[in-house]
Design a protein around this ligand. Structure first.
Ligand SMILES: [Zn+2]
Length: 299
């Protein structure tokens, strides 16, 4: 009952936020569009200023996009995703289409989101540079990436929970939400109403759909969903409240960290459900796990 009330409060707050906080888009010309970073005060101990966002003219915090840039440029996230899929598919032997698809879809969504976030936040460091057209095109894809992360989690965990009729309905609702986000992003944005409807759809996906799925999970032997929700929840609250604001590392950076944590927790618990960690849990030497994680390179 308390959880249900909390869910309603969270939903009401996010709905209010979607209307109360207008998307900060303006047609104002950005003052600086160069790809080059402007360095103040010489080379030693320099304060590096980055060009503002083209559409909103808002400042770009010093380390904005740092984590996404690292994960994209080093390929670390894509390698981790491939390792997760390889480990999951091995556990799924004989592999079947839908369970395999769910794992691939989960990492495809998070990898797509990381790539898009790098394009959006680090445009000034990328070949394409900062432009209104480029930023708008990437913003549309960014919205879709967030919705896909929520939907692929809903599909995977509904499946892991046994796929009852109510869980199937939640999956269908999540798919409809993602279709709506795609429609709003590519057909309505950059109109104000498009941004508002997308944020309301995110709230529905996170609070009403994934929240209900986790409430169902809480009554099942699989408690993993609670941890996944707990990892994503700070990001959702931070996204809605735009707090804390900081010139170096602000709410948007924390939002990305929270989403990454949610992705990791989801992948980790899924591998647990698939029995990857069983040898360790049963007290058998973890050598076989190490061997599996390193594709047999370790004995
Ligand atoms: Zn972002």
């Amino acid at each position: 009952m308390i959880a249900k009330n909390a869910q309603l409060v969270l939903l009401a707050a996010s709905v209010a936020h979607s209307w109360a906080v207008p998307p900060t888009l303006s047609q104002r010309r950005p003052t600086l569009r160069s790809r080059q970073l402007v360095v103040k005060g010489g080379t030693s101990g320099a304060v590096v200023e980055r060009p503002p966002y083209a559409l909103s003219g808002l400042e770009r915090p010093t380390h904005r996009g740092a984590v996404m840039g690292f994960l994209h440029n080093t390929g670390a996230w894509y390698a981790l995703s491939a390792a997760y899929v390889a480990a999951a598919l091995k556990q799924l032997q004989p592999s079947s289409f839908y369970p395999s698809f769910l794992r691939i879809a989960l990492v495809a969504a998070s990898s797509y989101s990381i790539y898009i976030s790098d394009c959006y936040h680090n445009a000034d460091k990328r070949r394409e540079g900062v432009s209104e057209e480029g930023e708008l095109a990437v913003l549309r894809k960014d919205y879709l990436g967030i919705s896909l992360i929520l939907s692929t989690n809903t599909w995977l965990w509904a499946h892991n929970l046994g796929g009852s009729p109510i869980l199937n309905k939640l999956c269908l609702a999540a798919s409809v939400c993602t279709a709506n986000v795609a429609f709003q992003s590519f057909c309505v944005v950059n109109k104000y109403i498009g941004h508002v409807l997308i944020k309301l759809t995110f709230a529905t996906q996170f609070v009403a759909i994934l929240g209900t799925l986790c409430l169902i999970a809480a009554k099942s032997p699989i408690s993993a969903c609670a941890w996944i929700y707990a990892a994503y929840a700070p990001g959702f609250v931070i996204y809605a409240t735009k707090f804390p604001k900081n010139k170096k590392w602000g709410y948007h950076e924390w939002f990305h960290i929270s989403v990454l944590m949610g992705n990791l927790v989801s992948m980790g618990f899924d591998l647990g459900i698939l029995g990857l960690f069983k040898p360790c849990a049963e007290g058998v030497a973890c050598a076989s796990l190490a061997s599996r994680l390193t594709f047999g390179l370790l004995p």
